[in-house]
Design a protein around this ligand. Sequence first.
Ligand SMILES: Nc1ncnc2c1ncn2[C@@H]1O[C@H](COP(=O)(O)OP(=O)(O)OP(=O)(O)O)[C@@H](O)[C@H]1O
Ligand SMILES: Cc1ncc(CO)c(N)n1
Length: 273
Amino acid sequence: MSSHNILSIAGSDPSGGAGVQADLKTFSALGGYGMTVITALTAQSTTGVAGVQEVPADFVALQLDTLLADARVDAVKIGMLATPEVIGAVAKAIDTHRLPHVVLDPVMVAKSGDRLLAAEAIDVVRSELLPRADLVTPNLPEAAALLGEDEAGDLDAMRAQAGRLLDLGARRVLLKGGHLGGDTSTDLLVAADAAPQVFTAERVATRNTHGTGCTLSSAIAALRPQRPGFDAAVRDAKTYLTAALRHADALDAGHGTGPVHHFHAWWPTGARG
Ligand SMILES: Nc1ncnc2c1ncn2[C@@H]1O[C@H](COP(=O)(O)OP(=O)(O)OP(=O)(O)O)[C@@H](O)[C@H]1O
Ligand SMILES: Cc1ncc(CO)c(N)n1
C-alpha cells in the first residue's frame, strides 16, 4: 500500500493551531494522506474562541457517507463534536462503515477555557463513543468530566481513573498528564488486555501549547497503520509532539497561546514507515 488515508472528524480553527487544520498538518508531516469531515466552525485565534457555528448533524452524516462510499480510510481521529446529534451521526458512521483504528480525543474546552462541547453532550460521548473508540485520549479535566469525579492529582490517581474509564467500556485509554505540571510531561496508556505503560517526555518550556491534544491524537492516528500496535504509535506520536513543541516559539501566529510547529524536516525519514 503506497499511502494511508487518515480521516479527521473535527472542528475548524482559523488560527491553524488546533482542529482539522492541526490534524491535516500532522497527517502530512507523518506521511499520511489527510481527509476531513467538519463538525463545526469556530471563530478562534490564539487568544480565544469568539463563536461557534455547528454543522447540522445530517450534513455531518452526508459528509461521512459521501466520502466513505468512495474512499478507503485506514485510521480515524475524532476531535470537536459540539452537539449530541453530531455525536450520534459519527457513532452511526463508525458502525455502518466499520471504521478502523478510531482515536477519540474527547475535546470539551479550548486552552482559552471556551466550551467546545455542549455540557449535555458529555453523557452521549460516554455512552455512544467511548465503547466505539479503539483509543480515547482524555486530558485530566476531560477524564474527570467523563467519570463525574475530581481531577487526578498524581500518577496513582491517574492509574485509578484510567482503569475506571476502561470499566465504562473504552478499549484503550491514553490519559494525558500535561495538566499535572512538573519537569516532565507524563501520559499513561492502559488497555483491558495489556499492562499499563507510562510515556514520559521532557516538559518543553514554552507558552505555545495551542493544539497539543489535537496534534497528539492525530499523530497516533497517522502512525497507527504504520506501526504494529497502539503502544508504538503512541510512543512515536509523543516524540513528534515534543519536537513540534520545541519548535513552537519559531512561529509568530498570534499574541496568545501560540500553536506548535509541524515542521517535518527534523522528523527522521526512516521513522516515517
Ligand atoms: N509543555 C509541554 N512539554 C511537553 N509535552 C507537553 C507539554 N504540554 C503538554 N504536553 C503533552 O501534550 C499532550 C497533550 O497535552 P494536554 O494534556 O495538555 O492535552 P490537552 O489539554 O488535551 O491539549 P488541548 O488543549 O490542545 O486539547 C500530552 O502528551 C502532554 O503530556
Ligand atoms: C476546533 C478546535 N478543536 C479542538 C480544540 C482543542 O484545543 C480547539 N481549540 N479548537
